[in-house]
Design a protein around this ligand. Sequence first.
Ligand code: FA5
Length: 355
Amino acid sequence: MTMLEKLESAYSTFCSELENLTTQADVLNLKSNYLGKKGQVSEILKSLKDATPEQRKEIGPKANEIKTKMTADIADKLASIELAEINTKLAQNKIDISLTDSVKEKANFHGGFHPRTLIRQEIEDIFLSMGFEVLDGPHIDTEFYNFEALNIPGDHPARDMQDTFWFKDEKSEEGNKHLLRTHTSTIQIRGMLDRKPPFKFIAPGTVFRCERTDASHEMVFQQLEGMMVGKDISVANLIYFMKQTLKEIFKRDVEVRLRPGFFPFVEPGFELDIKCQVCSGKGCSVCKKVGWVELLPCGMVHPNVLRAGGIDPEEYNGFAFGLGLDRLVMMKYGIDDIRHLQSGDLRFNSQFGDY
Ligand code: FA5
């Protein structure tokens, strides 16, 4: 048999063997039998070394043609086996995609807003209607915005009033240490630096403190900062806005009390407490048996803070407050433990919004 005849005959046996194969593994095996290093075609071609130049001219292109045909036949066969396997699987695992009752029920479940979001939206609407802007600020901030600019220098004991999560290695461009903001008062400074008086804004957001949790304390909770700066602003303005807001949220008069409070960034400073709505002032774990809950510290902005915000305290003054949003939610809905708010438990969440 000549080499050409050998090649033709190898191709025809290859075709008949390939036709009968049904698995990809067998096809790959056949491929190596014919086209592999020691495969039949390679073995035939090895004998080319004994052929004359004329024979080589004839056999070379023929051998390439047969190799190309074999490669294409193998690819076709692999694709057709894969398709057949997919079709078999589809036929075996038929999925019924028609709607069952339980699927329909799940489709109707669309979730709802968290009670904290509901109250926050309500407060934002109230303040927007009174001409306030709503600002946002970063969770990771520097000690400058969280402390220094708020009249709390490095050695001030007030830094210990809020247990801070510090970042170990990161420092800001100004050489300030980074931290997770402990209060939304950071936005007072950012807000002042960005605008000229008169202005008024609120800034709701999450804050972080490294402290033990109990019925009224969380490590991650929300506050809502408020600030108004202009000319001749008084404590009476401050109290008006506070009372008005609470009245609109509770849709009734709620008992509050104002007492002196110390915060380095306000002077004078106040604590506005609300009569505990969980126990109606009788005493419970939320109000620590005192009948009142600290809700809304506030005061007249300290001149040093105005200066840090680029505002002349001789010309302007203002008030600021820091509402404890989670506590307000607890008071509004009579929730007896702040930890429910973070629980992610749908049995809790679904009592409030539209579920
Ligand atoms: C502050 O954070 C001040 N920045 C508030 C402020 C702003 C005062 C502007 C004056 C002017 P304080 O640490 O008290 O203050 O927190 C404010 C409110 O956040 C508290 O009254 C309380 O309602 C709430 N709060 C404080 N700690 C927690 C906590 N661990 N869990 C839940 N709520 C808290």
